[in-house]
Design a protein around this ligand. Structure first.
Ligand SMILES: C[S@@+](CC[C@H](N)C(=O)[O-])C[C@H]1O[C@@H](n2cnc3c(N)ncnc32)[C@H](O)[C@@H]1O
Length: 255
């Protein structure tokens, strides 16, 4: 991830969400370590941030790509509470029977280039997380995925300044707004100050609209001082200009 502000904001949101999910768990008197699963964990970057913040929980990374999986395995070779497994979220048994209490899915569903595969993967992911029972609420989910409607909005803003359209990378298929509207998911109600869905909107407007207006014919400079200044000088969560959005859910008892 070349953009350090995006990575930092993502990681902060994920760490806050897991902290809040753990608090909810403790409030229900559940003292067992939570099973926290990161699907499509890549080289294990996010798992490292989480496991250093919450060392008493159990972490499972699922990764399909051999090279990335090997990097994650070697990163955690001395950690007893972190395991990295081979798995493809298109398969219904990708977790091999492990039921997660908290699940992270960060820019993975958009990697599937077929809408049916994306829907099937969502069902598989959802069924990997604990359902509610008499004593406990259902497990929780954090999804960070990209949406076509926000990309359209960003491109409308760019068009006002004759900036060319941005398209998704060839290895990504962005989602429709109703993608997560399924009965097995309901919004995770939290009173903690976790970032809202559009938490990257201002940053995207600054990097993809404001900055190019001033530097029109120059190559894109990542992490510039201009961007650092305006991302934080402005209201951080303004508008709907970042395709990458954050959604938090809880598993319902349905299906
Ligand atoms: C954009 S990367 C994100 C990695 C990590 N979640 C992060 O944000 O740093 C997408 C990851 O999903 C993995 N992936 C893609 N398709 C997958 C699948 N069908 N099952 C499991 N992992 C998959 C890729 O190998 C890659 O590591």
């Amino acid at each position: 991830m070349a953009d350090t502000i995006t990575r930092e904001k993502e990681t902060r949101a994920i760490v806050d969400f897991v902290g809040d999910s753990l608090r909810h768990r403790k409030a229900e008197n559940n003292q067992q370590p939570a099973k926290i699963m990161d699907v499509g964990c890549g080289n294990g970057y996010t798992l490292e941030a989480l496991s250093s913040q919450y060392p008493n929980e159990i972490f499972i990374g699922i990764e399909k790509t051999f090279e990335l999986r090997e990097l994650a395995i070697s990163r955690f070779k001395d950690a007893k509470n972190i395991s990295i497994r081979d798995g493809d979220i298109r398969n219904s048994d990708f977790s091999e029977g492990v039921v997660a209490d908290i699940l992270i899915c960060q820019r993975v569903i958009i990697n599937l280039l077929n809408e049916n595969d994306q829907k099937k993967a969502l069902k598989n992911i959802v069924h990997t997380v604990r359902k509610p029972d008499t004593w406990n609420s259902g497990g929780t989910f954090l999804f960070l995925e990209s949406f076509s409607s926000s990309l359209r909005k960003l491109n409308e803003a760019r068009e006002e300044f004759d900036l060319p359209e941005i398209n998704p990378a060839h290895h990504n298929l962005y989602l429709q707004d109703d993608f997560f509207d399924i009965p097995e998911l309901k919004n995770f109600m939290t009173d903690a100050s976790i970032a809202p869905p559009n938490f990257l909107s201002t940053h995207y407007f600054v990097t993809r609209v404001l900055h190019p207006i001033f530097t029109k014919n120059k190559p894109v400079k990542r992490n510039s001082e201009f961007v650092n200044f305006f991302t934080y000088a402005l209201n951080e969560n303004s508008g709907d200009y970042a395709p990458l959005k954050l959604y938090l859910f809880e598993r319902t008892g349905k299906a």
